[in-house]
Design a protein around this ligand. Sequence first.
Ligand SMILES: [Zn+2]
Length: 273
Amino acid sequence: MKKITSIWIQELTWEEVAEYLKKNDIVIIPTGSTEEHGPAGPLGVDTYAAIALAEDAAKKTGVLVTPPVWFGDSSHHGGFAGTISLRPQTLIAVISDMARSLARAGFKKIIIINGHKAANLPALLTAVKELHEYELPDIFFAVIDPWKIARKISSELKETNEHHSGELEISHVWYKYPHLIKRKKLTKNKINFRKIFGKYSNDDLFGPAEEIIDMPWNSFEQKAFAPSGSFSASVKASPKKGKIYHDYMVNIIVDYIKWLKTYKGVIGRVKKS
Ligand SMILES: [Zn+2]
């Protein structure tokens, strides 16, 4: 097979994609958001995180990546200029139509890399669970998220609690896209969630396991409790931390894709006990 000239589908011809599909069946969909990330981070932080992870993992494994989904479920950031949000049902529809197109072309294993963490996950998981059960049972789906694969390295790296626009996600974008971070706007300020939402709230997405009760807030409440848009201190962010955080996750994704290339499905393969 000829070497593919790019891992990005939008940079290939249809003939190159068809050639890829003769021997490969994996594709990555990077998803993120266009939402405010405080005064120091660009609106694209989450999508840039997904793009960077997808691109570097794909280059190391030779799999293809779709154009990124730049919009996610960001309604709670709607009080800030530039935020562009999809309702959960719209995001479900976008992912579902992308999966239908990819499946029709012959892709069999679809990996979503989500940079928007917890906010996109309900819609993404609903989309792939429904597709896999009711419509595309032969297509394999996986959802990869820093929130789930970077817990260990995050607890070693971060010096402050990590929530929206925090030390780690700012470090990540700083490492890969340094021109996009406003260094003078990094902040020591953080939101005291317990003061607002009580002791079962969570102000550290990568903190130790605790008892948490979900309390979704709306954009009006968010603007009131976090007027700058940032929830967490970002002053300890650095490109060095971003590199360690990024490389750690890329290694996991590469390791996973290597395994996925060998995965032949469950039906008819699992021995009855
Ligand atoms: Zn983010």
